[in-house]
Each structure stands twice: as C-alpha cells, then as structure tokens.
Design a protein around this ligand. Structure first.
Ligand code: CP
Length: 307
C-alpha cells in the first residue's frame, strides 16, 4: 500500500488506512533510531528542504534529523534569512527551491492553506508542518502513534483535548485523526476559544476541565496561542490557569493510567503545572522522540511513491 497523494497536507483528507500505514512504517523507523548507528540508505540522493516562515524547535529539528537518518540531504530555510525578506512570494520561493533539486518541501507558514497552494504549484512532494490555525498533521500523527504505542489500541480510547481549540492547528488535526481511528474525542476550554462548528466534527464540548478529564485515557493540554489571538478572549492568564491548568487534583479524575500529553512548547504554570510535566504518566518527551520516527516514515513513504 502507498499514500494516495504526492503530498501530506492534512488529516482531514487522509483515510484510516493511510494513517495506519504511517503508524506501521513509523514503528519500523523507531527501531532504526534505537540503534547505536541511526542511519539507513533509504533516501540516499534525495533532497529535503525545510522552509519555515514561523519559529519552530521540535518540528524543524525532527524533520532535519529524519532526513539525515534516512541519508537524504537536508537544508533549512527560514523566511527571515532568505529572499522572502526581499519580497519574494511563497510560490516563487517554492519554484526556486524545486529548481535547485528538492524532492520534498516541508513548509510551516502562518496562513491556512499555504501548503495546499504550494502542492499545486510544484511537482515536489509537500509536507504541511503547520499552516496557520488550520492543520499540523505530522504533530497529530506522532500524537496518535504515541497513544497507540502506550495503549495498544485507538478504538474507544477517550482523548480529552484542553485549551485554545480555536487557534490550535494541533487540535484540529488531532480531532480528525483520532476520530478516523475510532477514538472518542472531547474538547474543553472557555467558550471564547471553542470554535462553534467543532461539534459537527463529532466531538463533545465541555467548559469545565473537571468534566472533560473524567475517565479520560489521554489528557492533551494545549498552549494558549496569544500570538494568534486578536483580542483578549479571557480575563487574564492567571484566571485561565486557575480554571484550566492541569494539576494533581484534576489528573486524579481521569483513568488511573491516563497519559499526560502536550505538543509543546509548554508554558509551565499556565496550562499545565510543572509537576504534571515531570509526572511519571507524562509522555511529553516521548512525543518528541516519536516525532522523528513519524517524520522518517512520512519522508520515506512520499519519496517511495516517486520511485
Ligand atoms: N509542536 C510543535 O509544533 O512545536 P514547534 O513549534 O517547536 O515545532
């Protein structure tokens, strides 16, 4: 089996079979990165270009490592240090990168739909590394991989996603992904950061964290995305923290083996207490490690399509 399209743009357009294929391939990639010498020749001669118009630590570094572990050549471009700063458009930047020989372009961009536009413009495979508040498919795939690895199954698992759902591309991709894999997704946050259409995606909405985490198998805390908020959507971060911060008392309402997840970056003491970040049930660092394996799988599957 192969991925259907030439690109990986979002989980909204992926099938459960394609998600399964990525998870199975990522499990094989994880074995490779557990070896003393983390290198296989699968993508020798291929070029992966990471184009980031927004800051990133986890996504950019893990794509770079993923490409290197598969023996591809990888190059990073940040908008501020490229000809974008001289006014070059996204399309022209992408055409230039393709003319320089890129097989895969990994794009993070502040505008929703930027990766889709790029995919129509160039023949190289495009991977969406986050487009505005729309989707962050590789983050959701690594989250789903982590839950499957820890729980053994996805069907029927209760996933509570808590925080700024309105501005979160991670939430949107995870809702699509977990829903397609048969999990039971609930979201929680102040009414001002819950998109009105979210219930149509098949999720249940709560405004009290104590109700949302009740009997949850997975608690996924999200950062408040102040950089994407236009106006004050709640009185203060202190007030938000009082009502929504994950702490020991709130964790005790979930199942005894519930996983604590966060896509990062974490704002300790705002959406999650420092004790919860370091808690034995926290898999936040494992999410980061799994991100390399999942991104190796995606690069491999997309370039394998090309022969
Ligand atoms: N989770 C995530 O996308 O983190 P970065 O912004 O550091 O890539």
């Amino acid at each position: 089996m192969q991925l259907k399209g030439k690109d990986l743009l979002g989980l909204a357009e992926m099938t459960a079979e394609e998600i399964d294929l990525i998870l199975d391939t990522a499990a094989r990639m994880k074995e490779i990165i557990s070896r003393p010498i983390k290198k296989v020749p699968a993508l020798r001669g291929r070029t992966v270009v990471n184009v980031f118009y927004e800051p990133s630590t986890r996504t950019r570094v893990s794509f770079e490592l993923a490409a290197k572990y598969l023996s591809a050549d990888s190059i990073n471009i940040s908008a501020s240090a490229s000809s974008v700063a001289k006014g070059e458009s996204l399309k022209d930047t992408a055409r230039t990168i393709e003319a320089l020989g890129a097989d895969v372009v990994v794009l993070r961009h502040p505008l929703a739909g930027a990766a889709h536009l790029l995919a129509k413009t160039i023949n190289a495979a495009v991977v969406n590394a986050g487009d505005g508040a729309h989707e962050h498919p590789t983050q959701a795939l690594l989250d789903i991989f982590t839950v499957k690895e820890k729980k053994g199954i996805l069907k029927g698992v209760k996933v509570a996603i808590i925080g700024d759902i309105l501005h979160s591309r991670v939430a949107r991709s995870n809702i699509w992904g977990f829903f397609k894999m048969g999990a039971n997704v609930v979201v929680c946050g102040p009414a001002t950061v819950i998109p009105p259409e979210v219930e149509r995606l098949g999720v249940r909405v709560y405004h009290r964290i104590e109700e949302a985490v009740c009997e949850a198998d997975v608690i996924m805390m999200l950062r408040i995305q102040l950089e994407r908020q236009k106006a004050g959507l709640f009185p203060s971060l202190r007030e938000y923290s009082r009502l929504y911060c994950l702490n020991e008392e709130r964790l005790s309402l979930a199942k005894p083996d519930a996983l604590i997840m966060h896509p990062g970056p974490v704002n300790r003491g705002v959406e999650i207490s420092p004790e919860m970040v370091e808690h034995p049930r926290s898999v936040i660092n494992e999410q980061v490690t799994n991100g390399v394996a999942v991104r190796m799988a995606i690069l491999y599957l997309l370039t394998e399509r090309g022969g």
